[in-house]
Design a binder for this molecule. Structure first.
Ligand code: HEC
Length: 210
């Protein structure tokens, strides 16, 4: 090759430029996105997750739950997420402003969890039900038994123990990681109607009026 160094320099600049546009350009567009202040409610949305839920998010991240679950609802023209009951609106960037590492996930072997807290509330799923599901696993989902401590009952049983799961004479106690993970899952809600959460729909009744 005649101009090897020049070729590599050119390649280097081309790649640096595309990286800069991708990373810095996105940062310039979205880096100072603020929560939305609602005058009527006197609060800013999204609200910060309680401490126990943000610790649970670290457990979720640590266990790689996002390899099977997304947390991003697509708008109707992009997929059937709303029809499946995964959310009543599309997810928007603002939903994630308080999260240091948004865990939007990459593939969906299991259902999207962006609004799991709402589904659980509607179905009457309690924290205990959820813990039992994590212990036993679900259809197509592994069991996370190491998040629980199975031990013999000596003296008084623990008040934290899950009822009716362990064999007679022993008890199943969720660890701190299991409890924070369950609190995190139950806190997952993307309900606030941000101005940008509804895609623009042209008003068809006005067509041809001018
Ligand atoms: C191998 C893929 C896989 C992994 C890893 C996985 N899940 Fe799942 N998950 C599934 C599948 C599949 C279902 C659907 C089960 C069903 O419908 O019975 C599911 C269901 C769920 C549900 C119930 C959702 C609903 O709407 O009813 C929750 C909550 C959940 N998973 C949480 C987690 C958490 C937390 C982790 C990490 C600790 C995790 N999952 C890891 C595949 C996975």
């Amino acid at each position: 090759m005649k101009n090897g160094p020049l070729f590599f320099l050119g390649l280097f600049f081309a790649l640096t430029l595309s990286w800069a546009v991708l990373a810095l350009g996105t940062h310039a567009q979205l880096g100072d996105l603020q929560p939305h202040y609602d005058d009527l409610e006197g609060k800013a949305f999204p609200q910060r997750a309680p401490g126990i839920a943000s610790r649970g998010q670290l457990v979720y991240q640590d266990l790689g739950c996002m390899s099977c679950h997304t947390q991003q609802v697509r708008r109707p023209s992009y997929g059937a997420d709303e029809a499946r009951g995964w959310g009543s609106r599309q997810s928007v960037t603002r939903d994630y402003v308080h999260q240091k590492r948004p865990l939007i996930g990459q593939s969906r072997l299991g259902p999207d969890l962006a609004n799991f807290g709402i589904r659980a509330e509607a179905a009457g799923t309690t924290k205990t039900d959820l813990l039992v599901n994590l212990y036993n696993g679900m259809n197509g989902m592994p069991a996370y038994r190491f998040l629980f401590e199975e031990r013999e009952i000596v003296g008084q049983p623990s008040s934290n123990a899950l009822q009716g799961v362990a064999a007679a004479g022993s008890e199943l106690v969720p660890t701190e990681r299991a409890k924070t993970l369950a609190a995190y899952l139950l806190s997952l809600k993307q309900t606030y109607e941000y101005p940008e959460a509804r895609p623009y729909a042209p008003d068809e009744t006005q067509e041809g009026a001018h």
